[in-house]
Design a protein around this ligand. Structure first.
Ligand code: SAM
Length: 268
């Protein structure tokens, strides 16, 4: 309870109640250097909803939501099952507080389960009774890596892990991805150093190029809603398939130095 947790800090930023003083204090420290921190979290969560809706519309009905986070307003199974009542969602998170709340959330929902695991334990996750009961490996799976891989240090080889996982899934599988990035090395280091100074296990803010490795071998979809396909396909999450915003590679305001790079990409 004395060490901030990413899941509880994110809950606090989204206006949730499942957080402690240490989490709130850590967010205030970060917000002093990143005034846009709250909208950052909310834009990311809204991206998750739009992306799940989009992927459901493409006919994918199995979701592996890695680093799922604490339940909030619109959770993956609620969005996916609104689009397709037959959609199935396996939530995975390594934080015990997420497990407790997550299990309560899915207790009454069919087609959903919650597994406490480290996302790096791919064999354990895919071999779990929860996955075997919900996920058919012969059908496409949507792997959700939303605001997750920056929690992993380079030593964990997060992008290699995703490559291996996607290699094991059927063609037509996809990733929903967002990652905190910066094109300013000092701004990236400031945020990384602050979070690590809390004692919270974390990875780092990466450059947009580093984060984009996740899309290697996959086909990124257009971030436009109107059929246009121009400019970058991995964009600031707040503009990905947003009905009222043109997709942009980075926020327009030059003083905003960090953002969530986001994209959805399919395995051919
Ligand atoms: C910033 S939250 C994102 C939550 C949700 N994906 C979203 O974008 O709304 C990151 C989540 O990843 C979880 N997480 C971090 N490292 C993890 C790991 N190695 N394995 C599983 N979950 C992890 C944290 O506990 C936290 O709940």
């Amino acid at each position: 309870m004395d060490t901030p947790s990413i899941a509880r800090m994110y809950d606090y930023l989204l206006g949730g109640k499942d957080n402690f003083a240490a989490d709130r204090n850590a967010c205030e420290v970060l917000a002093a250097g990143i005034p846009e921190l709250v909208s950052f979290a909310r834009d990311n969560r809204a991206f998750l909803g739009r992306a799940v809706e989009y992927v459901s519309g493409r006919g994918v009905e199995q979701f592996l939501d890695l680093g799922a986070g604490l339940p909030t307003g619109e959770n993956t199974h609620q969005v996916a099952q609104r689009a397709n009542p037959g959609a199935r969602v396996l939530y995975v998170d390594h934080d015990p507080i997420v497990l407790a709340h997550g299990r309560a959330l899915v207790a009454d929902s069919s087609g959903t389960a919650f597994l406490m695991a480290d996302m790096r334990d791919t064999d354990l996750i895919l071999g779990s009774p929860e996955a075997q009961g919900l996920i058919d490996p012969d059908l496409p799976v949507c792997v959700m890596l939303v605001s997750l891989l920056h929690c992993l240090p380079d030593e964990s080889d997060p992008f290699g892990l995703v490559r291996d996982l996607m290699g094991r899934l059927a063609p037509g599988s996809c990733v929903i991805f967002s990652h905190i990035v910066s094109d300013d090395t000092a701004a990236a280091a400031w945020m990384t150093d602050k979070i690590l100074s809390f004692g919270t296990p974390w990875g780092r803010v990466r450059s947009p190029e580093e984060a984009s490795q996740v899309f290697a071998g996959l086909e990124l979809v257009s971030p436009w809603t109107d059929g246009r396909d121009q400019g970058p396909r991995a964009v600031d999450c707040s503009t990905w398939r947003h009905p009222d915003r043109d997709p942009v590679a980075r926020p327009k305001e030059a003083d905003v130095k960090r953002w969530e790079l986001a994209g959805v990409a399919f395995k051919p």
